[in-house]
Design a protein around this ligand. Structure first.
Ligand SMILES: C[C@@H]1N[C@H](CNC(=O)CCc2c[nH]c3ccccc23)[C@@H](O)[C@H](O)[C@@H]1O
Length: 440
């Protein structure tokens, strides 16, 4: 598994889930994937982008909602109801760039089978011919690249509730593999669409989801060869049923074992859903400090964070989600150097800590960066950083936000003394590395 430098240095990407599901924008904020009882998951799915499936499960709250509020209308109506009248891609991307995102991955076709470009085989069932009447992928790719960021394409190869076998997926369906389409006709359909995405938009990340149809597995080596020939610095994720992976992925708390890989990415929504969910309140969303600590934790362990925004059907970003990205942006402005183009500090060189205080580390060639948060008042502004002998020079301690800091060597590490260390937003103290041991 190897990835081009841009991906491992990127550290932070923004995921976008936008589709007809953004019209109802309705799910129960049940909990995080991996922390919800699987028996509950499908009928109470917090993923608003699963609305078509969830609203078909008799007796589920979504079923009731769809019946009473939308009169049980066909899901297809939501494509035409989706107008994206206020969509301004440059505005979105400016915010993502200020928040420090280096790449953006957008849904091109989610499980509902609706394409956000003039995809082959979809006839008029796409956003160019209906609803927004725009090639949303072209609009996003252009705006992302105009801002100097990389553009990735999400494609639901494993599930397609239009073209593939459409089965309402309940928990018990997992035994028959989710109702996934595996036939040759669907495999050809999906292959043609991914090749079209590669040829039209040259996505820097090929982010497939749920796997690939059995009948199409033999097509993948050629597809990847074509992809790398077209996009030499392209990166492929790991959700192709084992066919190939440049890096591994986890999602909320699911598949966290993948975070032991050399290259990995954790994806999650700002709240509990990828598609916009009108039922989510502040209590369901990460606040800026939690989002920054998540980014720092992921980066300190050598991963990337792909944090999702779920735009509204009108093309605006929900205010609460904008606020979180603005919060990340203001912290990143003063601390980018401690995050980007860094790598995990040598194992054993210094201890991370959960709770109070909260401590994480990164390093670049010459410096180590200590991230401190939630230092209790009882600590009176002092924190013991348990570090290995001789790697960091206390005399070189500097706070990246410019505030004064003292650092003194003690037998089992370094005591840092500074005011205002108790914030939930991490404070960063930089140390020169005395032995800049090169880490591969
Ligand atoms: C980004 C989200 N992905 C969901 C599917 N998620 C999963 O299959 C999670 C399981 C998983 C996590 N890491 C993996 C690596 C390889 C194969 C599966 C997984 C989608 O169902 C959801 O709508 C959204 O698009």
């Amino acid at each position: 598994m190897t990835v081009p430098g841009w991906f491992s240095e990127a550290k932070f990407g923004v995921f976008i889930h936008w589709g007809p599901y953004s019209v109802p924008a309705w799910a129960e904020p049940t909990g995080e994937l991996g922390a919800v009882d699987p028996e509950m998951w499908f009928a109470h799915n917090p993923y608003a982008e699963w609305y078509w499936n969830t609203s078909q499960i008799e007796g589920s709250p979504a079923y009731e909602h769809h019946r009473t509020v939308h009169g049980g209308r066909p899901y297809d109506d939501f494509l035409d109801a989706w107008q994206a009248e206020s969509f301004d891609p440059a505005d979105w991307i400016e915010l993502f760039a200020r928040a420090g995102a280096r790449y953006v991955v957008a849904t091109t076709k989610h499980h509902d089978g609706v394409a956000l470009w003039d995809a082959p085989g979809t006839g008029t069932r796409n956003t160019v011919h209906r609803g927004p009447h725009r090639d949303l992928i072209a609009d996003l790719a252009t705006a992302v690249r105009a801002r100097g960021l990389r553009f990735g394409a999400y494609y639901s190869g494993g599930l397609d509730w239009y073209a593939g076998r459409r089965a309402v997926i309940r928990h018990e369906d997992l035994i028959d593999d989710y109702g996934r389409p595996h036939e040759a006709a669907y495999a050809a359909y999906a292959l043609r669409q991914v090749r079209d995405l590669i040829d039209r938009y040259r996505p820097d990340v090929l982010w497939n989801d749920i796997g690939w149809p059995d009948a199409g597995m033999a097509d993948l080596p050629d597809l990847f060869a074509h992809y790398y020939a077209t996009v030499p610095e392209g990166v492929v994720n790991d959700r192709w049923d084992g066919a190939h992976a440049d890096y591994l992925t986890s999602e909320y708390q699911a598949n966290r074992q993948n975070e032991a890989a050399a290259h990995w990415e954790n994806c999650r929504g700002i709240g509990l859903s990828f598609g916009f969910n009108r039922n989510e309140g502040p209590e369901h969303l990460l606040d800026p400090a939690a989002a920054v600590r998540l980014l720092v934790d992921v980066v300190s362990r050598g991963g990337n964070l792909l944090l999702n925004v779920g735009p509204k059907a009108d093309g605006t970003l929900p205010g609460e989600q904008r606020a979180v990205l603005e919060g990340i942006a203001s912290w990143t402005a003063a601390h980018a150097g401690a995050v980007y183009a860094t790598r995990p500090l040598d194992p054993g060189a210094a201890m991370s800590h959960d709770g109070t205080p909260w401590i994480r580390w990164t390093r670049d060639d010459d410096h180590a960066y200590a991230f401190l948060a939630d230092v209790p008042d009882s600590a009176r502004g002092q924190v013991l950083l348990k570090t290995g002998p001789g790697m960091l020079d206390p005399a070189t301690a500097v706070r990246l936000d410019g505030r004064p800091v003292r650092a003194d060597a003690v037998p089992d590490g370094i005591v840092v003394t500074s005011a205002e260390l108790g914030a939930p937003l991490p404070t960063v103290v930089r140390f020169a590395l005395t032995t800049s041991r090169s880490v591969d």
